[in-house]
Design a protein around this ligand. Structure first.
Ligand code: AMP
Length: 294
């Protein structure tokens, strides 16, 4: 496995490499969710590049940039064991050199949900992802359903800017008790960790109601609020039932697929989770297939 600490080294390899390239962008502190993206990328490409970069522009000044978990040595060992070809570990100074001043902003679908609480977040994500696409020039890039809005935002960017990358969406990997794997789960104290599967249980309550034809979004949101308010130590940031393609919040039942998502603060970390209804959809991939780049 080759580890590139410089953009130039990666570019030199890419200019020579003629096969299909899959890119897995990450912020490190790798877990089995990231490895699932890697596995799928390996199955579909001749070489896989994993990037590890804690992207400063997607953190607001008040957020956890400096304390975000960094476990580079363990990450590299995991990726070597998984048989990854190349890992790109750039410095912030290389990615954002002095006088950097160009950002990508996807206007509508970046605004709600995460965007409402984190207004500059997606601008940072789309900017770094487009830079990675330009540097690595992958045929396919792999993202987790766990960050569903990120998928919608990136697919929109790819469509709007004619970026020739196929966006693949990988199902959420969970702990046995339902908690979605996340690098931020390490912040949970043992007692908070016990409460954390409540996010998944609230989603399951909504999915059960939906399966029994209780499909009114207002009802589903109320149901999830009720489940979460049973637990005092949680602070609900949002609970959303939205159109899965436009991310517009829904107020009456509709036949089209819905994205049910929530953000909850438990102690230090703010945890996210989501599901699609009907549940059989599993990921946004099929739903947004008509948005592919050209
Ligand atoms: P991060 O390092 O948190 O920026 O995540 C890198 C990629 O891994 C993103 O596309 C995430 O959506 C994806 N990811 C994170 N957690 C999971 C998970 N539990 N299951 C599947 N994909 C995940």
């Amino acid at each position: 496995m080759q580890v590139d600490y410089s953009l130039a080294a990666l570019r030199a390899w890419r200019l020579e490499f003629a096969g299909r390239v899959g890119l897995v962008p990450t912020m490190g502190a790798l877990h089995a969710g990231h490895l699932r993206l890697v596995e799928q990328a390996q199955a579909e490409n001749d070489a896989v590049v994993v990037s590890i970069f804690v992207n400063p522009t997607q953190f607001a000044a008040t957020e956890d940039l400096s304390s975000y978990p960094r476990t580079l040595e363990a990450d590299l060992a995991l990726l070597a064991r998984a048989g990854v070809n190349r890992v790109l570990v750039p410095t912030p100074e290389q990615v954002y050199p002095p006088r950097f001043q160009t950002y990508v902003n996807v206007e509508q679908v970046s605004k709600g949900l995460e965007g409402a609480s984190r207004p500059t977040h997606f601008r940072g994500v789309t900017t770094v992802v487009l830079k990675l696409f330009n540097l690595v020039q992958p045929h396919r890039a792999y993202f987790g359903q766990k960050d569903a809005q990120q998928v919608v935002v990136i697919r929109q960017m790819v469509r709007d800017l004619n970026v020739p990358v196929d966006i693949r969406v990988v199902p959420t990997v969970r702990e046995p008790d339902g908690l979605a794997l996340s690098s931020r789960n390490v912040y949970l104290t043992p007692s908070e960790r016990e409460l954390a599967p409540m996010l998944y249980r609230a989603l399951q309550a909504a999915a059960d109601a939906y399966a029994h034809t209780a499909r009114d979004p207002q009802h589903l949101r109320a149901l999830m609020h009720a489940r979460l308010s049973e637990v005092g130590a949680l602070h609900v940031d949002y609970i959303s039932v939205a159109d899965a393609q436009t991310l517009e919040e829904l107020y009456s039942p509709q036949a089209a697929p819905m994205l049910v998502s929530l953000a909850v603060q438990i102690g230090k970390p703010r945890l996210l989770d989501n599901c699609l209804l009907p549940l059989e959809l599993n990921t946004l991939e099929g739903l947004t297939a008509n948005l592919g780049g050209s």
